[in-house]
Structures are given as C-alpha cells and as structure tokens.
Design a protein around this ligand. Structure first.
Ligand SMILES: [Zn+2]
Ligand SMILES: [Zn+2]
Length: 117
C-alpha cells in the first residue's frame, strides 16, 4: 500500500478526485489580518464565495444573500440590482428593461413583450 501524504484528496459528488491549483490574489492587508485573526481558511472561503456568485446565491454588489428568482430575472432584494435576466420560455429572447415579462393571452404562460406584441 502506498503511504498517503497529507490529507486525502477531496472528491466530487461522483467520486472523482478534485484537482486543485494555487491562485494568487491580492487583498487589502486589513482583510488578510482579519482572515488570519479569525482563523478563516482562505482557500475554502474563496472557493465558497466564488461558487455562490456563480450559482447566483450571493449578490455581486452588496454581498447579501437576499436573492429573488422570478420569471423575468434573478435580482437582489437588498440593493435592487438584476443579477441575471432569464430568457423568454416561448421565443428564447432575453428579457431586459425594455422587454418585460408579460402574461400570454388566454393562457397561464408568461412570455416577453417582443413575442407577445
Ligand atoms: Zn445586492
Ligand atoms: Zn418571447
């Protein structure tokens, strides 16, 4: 048996080994001290925050987690920014400020203003 050096490798939900690499980030000294004083693992924190941002669970502007998902978009309820517009389920066009969600006549479906003109 080969002796395991260090911690056992982390595995994903399918059991595959998660390969890792070192990235350098430059942060304010005060933030570095805060992380160090509070024994916060920077690798875990970075991975967690970036994953949350990618999954739209964290607002990229105010960093709050009060994220609302409605038929038109994913938005932050705290600072009221749109994080991501959805596409119209009928025509595939992306919603935007001028192409709003609209009820489809004689149906419970929702479409966009572009295809429901
Ligand atoms: Zn926000
Ligand atoms: Zn549409």
């Amino acid at each position: 048996m080969v002796k395991q050096l260090g911690r056992p490798a982390e595995r994903d939900s399918e059991g595959n080994k998660i390969s890792k690499s070192l990235v350098n980030v430059t942060i304010p000294t005060k933030l570095r001290d805060f992380l160090s004083d509070n024994n916060i693992n920077r690798s875990q924190l970075f991975t967690r925050v970036v994953t949350m941002l990618y999954c739209h669970l964290l607002c990229p502007k105010c960093y709050q987690t009060n994220i609302m998902d409605n038929p038109m978009c994913i938005r932050c309820d705290d600072c009221d920014i749109v994080i991501k517009y959805h596409n119209c389920s009928l025509c595939g066009e992306q919603y935007n400020k001028k192409n709003l969600v609209q009820a489809v006549k004689k149906s419970s479906d929702l479409g966009c203003q572009t295809c429901q003109k």
